[in-house]
Design a protein around this ligand. Structure first.
Ligand SMILES: C[S@@+](CC[C@H](N)C(=O)[O-])C[C@H]1O[C@@H](n2cnc3c(N)ncnc32)[C@H](O)[C@@H]1O
Length: 193
């Protein structure tokens, strides 16, 4: 029915599609791209955070490369490091960014990455991984490092600024890590009243 080259091609396409399902099951995050307006919100928040000239920015879960590309265009002197676990989005992003000299992509689990040289971090994930990611950023980031999360926020951290465009798109939140919320203890409450 199929000749050998068509069968091989079919198998490759099937395995790549299967890998999307497998990696979504492993990470718990679908490989959905941010839209251009959402990426523009992330860029605007990072501009507000005044990054150093040759900043190192980590895009955690860089997917098909949409946000990495927007960041690389907006910050041409910065190094944009995209980390993606899923092979198909990773290779597509490699292809899309092949002429962008300030983009560096790694196919890895970002929990296994050393982020200590980060000047900024961005992510667009899901609700479930946010607490684990917060703990990883607590271990890795220098105090005051800007972190921008698209759509899914860190519940117990203080948001410094928000960009929420019109329509149904997700809002982006900027944090200056670790962004702990000040605790209103009973003691301070009683002395203030
Ligand atoms: C919603 S997509 C966002 C893609 C991209 N950031 C964008 O805005 O266009 C999230 C991506 O994070 C990846 N991901 C989730 N957990 C990961 C992990 N621990 N390590 C590496 N990639 C991860 C998923 O495979 C998925 O492609």
């Amino acid at each position: 029915m199929f000749d050998l080259p068509s069968l091989v091609l079919l198998l490759v396409v099937f395995s790549l599609c299967l890998s999307l399902i497998v990696f979504q099951a492993i990470t718990g995050v679908p490989p959905m791209s941010s839209s251009s307006p959402e990426a523009a919100d992330v860029v605007a928040l990072l501009k507000q955070a005044s990054l150093p000239n040759q900043a190192i920015v980590y895009e955690l879960g860089s997917g098909w490369g949409s946000l990495v590309m927007a960041l690389a265009r907006a910050f041409p002197d910065a190094q944009i490091h995209g980390i993606e676990a899923s092979p198909l989005p990773y290779w597509v992003a490699r292809f899309r960014t092949r002429r962008m000299p300030n983009v560096f992509l790694q196919r890895r689990n970002f929990y296994a990455c050393d982020l200590r040289d980060a000047h900024a971090v961005t992510c667009y994930l899901m609700i479930k991984p946010m607490p684990k990611l917060a703990a990883h950023l607590d271990r890795m980031l220098k105090p005051g490092t800007p972190v921008v999360s698209l759509t899914f926020w860190f519940r117990d951290r203080e948001v410094a600024a928000v960009r929420q465009g019109p329509g149904l798109r997700g809002a982006a939140a900027l944090y200056f890590w670790p962004a702990h919320k000040a605790k209103a203890t009973e003691e301070t409450w009683s002395t203030n009243t």
